[in-house]
Design a protein around this ligand. Structure first.
Ligand code: SF4
Ligand code: SF4
Length: 387
């Protein structure tokens, strides 16, 4: 199937406004209760440990907590301009006396940066002109995010400033282990925390590499901008029905980070088509979502919750009912990630199916049906992890 353009895959109305992160489900929870997650206090975790609930033992929590060790610096939830995500040099990048900037064409720069990103641990790396529509208007704490004619990005109590010169974005994926994710929802599922730790490590390293070349970089985790449309524009994958990025290589099993920069980088080609068309037929995530937060129908401009930003044609996920369910299971849920038909270990037979999905979409319904029948994505009891 020929690759479609971004505008064909992700049509956006002219009146689309930058999203305010205070309106996301986490932002709204923060506004209403002062906390993003209701189950994350020490007391609430202790209650589950002492109750003997499977998947929430001391062993599970110790493992979980350690995997998220570098998720956010200094135990903070907010990542913008913190720790390795600092918007200015951490001191590793050197300025060699008498040596100017690294000079290269955008194509050469893209090739070298991609090589470095993969060496540092990225599952994949892609590049696109920075589309400001995806940059939040405000952080979830209410700080305006603005563009100004300055050399380096910075944040103050009043605002977060991205330089006008940062016209390019590097989107990166961090793959996640499929086996550990099969235990979600539970505290045994620790690959999400590990993914966030690796994002933090990778973001800082890529930013310092760019700075070492004589340019500037603003690395971001989940903060500052919407990751999914940026990753699609940078050719890493496509938007799935469950509202997450799906890549051909790692399916839904990846986290996304991004680095804004003034280093000119050639646009990456769009990922091969076929994912959105498969999601139209599959609907497995919608069937298995316990809170019915995922649409069963066609992509629409109609939002389904106050935590959605209107204006794009897509499957809107009810992020509020989703988060409510997290509070019921007292853990991140992730069932839609877990059951996604695109999550497969490497293997020739899976590659053959992907070839069919890309080239003969008429068989999509059969593949989706057989994936569910064969039991892919079924929860594995958390206690099995330790056997
Ligand atoms: S995380 Fe769970 S509740 Fe939320 S959309 Fe996915 S399956 Fe549904
Ligand atoms: S489970 Fe199926 S419909 Fe849902 S995101 Fe994955 S491929 Fe798409």
């Amino acid at each position: 199937m020929a690759s479609k353009s971004f505008d064909e895959l992700y049509p956006v109305k002219d009146e689309y406004d930058r999203f305010d992160a205070r309106e996301t489900a986490f932002g709204q929870a923060l506004k209403k209760t002062g906390k993003m997650l209701q189950f994350s206090s020490l007391e609430s975790k202790a209650g589950r440990i002492l109750s003997g609930k499977k998947g929430f033992s001391l062993l599970d929590y110790a493992f979980h907590d350690a995997a998220g060790m570098y998720e956010t610096p200094f135990g903070e939830r907010h990542t913008q301009d913190r720790g390795n995500y600092k918007w200015q040099s951490l001191g590793t990048a050197k300025k060699y006396p008498g040596v100017g900037k690294w000079e290269a064409t955008p194509e050469e720069a893209a090739k070298a940066v991609r090589k470095a990103c993969k060496f540092y641990g990225a599952g994949d790396a892609g590049f696109a002109p920075l589309d400001r529509r995806w940059v939040y208007s405000h952080t979830r704490y209410g700080k305006p995010i603005v563009f100004e004619d300055v050399e380096e990005g910075y944040t103050t109590e009043e605002k977060a400033v991205i330089p006008e010169s940062h016209k390019w974005v590097i989107a990166l994926t961090v793959p996640m282990d499929l086996e550990n994710f099969m235990h979600t929802p539970s505290a045994t599922e620790s690959v999400s925390g590990l993914g966030y730790s690796r994002m933090h490590f990778l973001g800082g390293m890529v930013a310092e590499f760019i700075r070492g070349l004589g340019y500037h970089a603003v690395p971001c985790g989940n903060d500052t901008a919407l990751s999914v449309p940026i990753a699609i524009q940078a050719g890493l994958g496509h938007l799935g029905r469950h509202g997450r990025l799906i890549t051909w290589k790692h399916g839904s099993m990846c986290r996304i980070l991004k680095v804004f920069t003034d280093l000119p980088l050639a646009q990456s080609p769009m990922a091969p088509g076929g994912i959105v068309e498969f999601c139209e037929d599959c609907k497995k995530c919608a069937k298995h979502c316990p809170s019915q937060s995922i649409s069963n129908g066609k992509r629409d401009y109609q939002t389904v919750s106050d935590a959605n930003n209107p204006g794009a044609l897509k499957w809107y996920v009810n992020a509020e009912s989703c988060l409510d369910y997290w509070n019921v299971v007292e853990s991140g849920c992730g069932i839609c990630f877990r059951v996604c038909s695109f999550n497969k270990k490497p293997g020739l037979h899976h590659d053959v199916v992907k070839w069919f999905i890309r080239n003969i979409p008429a068989l999509n319904k059969f593949w989706a049906w057989s994936d569910d029948v064969m039991g892919y994505g079924k929860r594995v009891p958390p206690e099995k992890f330790w056997e």
